[in-house]
Design a protein around this ligand. Structure first.
Ligand code: NIG
Ligand code: FE
Length: 423
């Protein structure tokens, strides 16, 4: 017996033949079926189509979605959901005029979070992090990547990655984990970068591989953080353990990092608030997904990723939340999609493609997530009654979600989220 959603006003992102990602002009095409049904069995999408062809429903649990839109749950390919405490004081410092970089140079920023994290027990870190994970699921996220990077010590990094592993085990959403030991140089290593990279290479990477804690490797490739050469060394070593690169790059400056990441077959390059013509050219020579993080631009007041420049160059683009305590203390992908439309001039079609199938590609789960395709995981958003799906980005700040379905099960908001049930 399955669950069937009937009378769907608009079923979005329907792809009968599987695609890995969408690029350029094709990003403005979002296939949909009006007045549709969708059948889920064993946690997977098993059938969908127009209501005219709806199969007999007697054997199924029925959800009537009259007036409502159904689309794939968001695929948020870049977050730092596991962190300790908060950084509201830096928020106030920025209002008073300090920049993100000035705060970091005073020992705030990532190092501030690292102090809090190293002082916190693994149990408490899990408790704080799971609240954020539950929140983003309620907001429609069905797959999420989570990074380490606030430990910056062997024990701290392992603690974070073990918490991510526990979240993977305890929650039905799909979670991918990324090792970001190269997020910042700890104060003790400020003058001796090689020694910290040695620690990453000789101590962190083998310990992480030994416990199978990471799917991907990340580095903050940026002026005053990790150089192109330092990044290259880390990526080469990580490759020995099968870790695929997803890199923070071009957030503040363009120093040739994108070309290096593409050459090293990075799965994604993330941030890209600053993009040169050479960066565009480099991206066109590879399969690396550019990922924009507009809530970071919004929160710390830096430029938005030039989406038009990227898409108009026939490249793909993904959107992610960057949920973290310093530059984006929000994992709300609905807001990310709104910002992309309002501030980056992406169309709703482009933004929804970027936050579903292209986000899935940026986590290497495009074969199983990110579109309405038979055989894919039944992770879905059912909206409230809406005029059209344009209202999803248009009604920014409002919650347009009625129901979130993960692995074919309705998340039981209001009856205790984690006693989820089937209607
Ligand atoms: O993606 N830029 C590097 N890392 C994070 C911010 C980390 C922090 O400030 O805590 C980001 O924006
Ligand atoms: Fe980030």
């Amino acid at each position: 017996m399955g669950t069937i959603i009937i009378n769907i006003k608009e079923l979005l992102q329907t792809r009968t033949s599987a695609i890995a990602k969408v690029s350029g002009k094709l990003m403005d095409i979002l296939p949909k079926i009006e007045n549709a049904y969708l059948l889920m069995e064993n946690g997977l999408i098993s059938d969908f189509g127009a209501m005219d062809n709806c199969p007999a429903t007697e054997n199924h649990l029925i959800i009537d979605a009259r007036g409502k839109i159904v689309l794939p749950a968001w695929c948020d390919s870049h977050t730092h959901i596991v962190y300790a405490g908060n950084r509201e004081t830096e928020f106030v410092d920025r209002i008073a005029g300090l920049t993100y970089e000035e705060i970091a140079q005073r020992g705030g920023g990532i190092l501030n979070s690292a102090i809090q994290l190293n002082e916190m027990s693994e149990g408490e870190l899990y408790e704080q992090s799971k609240i954020r994970l539950e929140e983003v699921i309620k907001l429609g996220t069905g797959a999420v990547e989570i990074k380490s990077g606030y430990g910056l010590t062997v024990e701290g990094e392992l603690k974070m990655l073990r918490v991510i592993k526990r979240l993977k085990e305890n929650y039905p959403v799909t979670i991918k984990s990324t090792f970001l030991g190269a997020h910042s140089f700890p104060t003790a290593y400020k003058e001796n970068h090689t020694a910290y990279i040695d620690l990453i290479v000789h101590d962190m990477l083998p310990a992480i591989a030994n416990e199978g804690l990471a799917d991907f490797i990340d580095v903050f490739l940026e002026t005053n953080y990790f150089s192109v050469i330092e990044t290259e060394r880390i990526l080469k070593e990580a490759k020995k353990y099968g870790l695929v690169p997803k890199i923070h790059v071009n957030q503040f400056t363009a120093i040739g990092g994108i070309a290096k990441c593409v050459a090293m077959e990075a799965l994604s390059v993330d941030h890209l608030e600053i993009v040169t013509d050479a960066d565009i050219l480099a991206l066109k020579n590879g399969n690396t997904m550019p990922v924009a993080l507009p809530s970071c631009s919004f929160f710390i007041g830096i430029p938005y990723t030039p989406a038009r420049k990227i898409i108009d160059a026939d490249l793909p683009l993904a959107l992610a939340s960057d949920f973290n305590p310093g530059t984006s203390p929000s994992g709300n992908m609905n807001f990310v999609v709104s910002l992309a439309c309002i501030k980056m001039k992406m169309t709703p079609n482009e933004a929804i493609n970027a936050a579903t199938i292209n986000g899935a590609y940026a986590m290497r789960i495009e074969k199983t997530h990110g579109s309405i395709t038979v055989g894919k995981v039944a992770n879905l958003i059912v909206t409230k009654p809406l005029n059209s799906y344009y209202q999803i980005p248009y009604s920014f700040g409002s919650n347009v979600i009625d129901m979130v379905i993960v692995k074919g099960e309705v998340m039981g908001v209001g009856i205790g989220l984690w006693n989820y049930y089937t209607i």
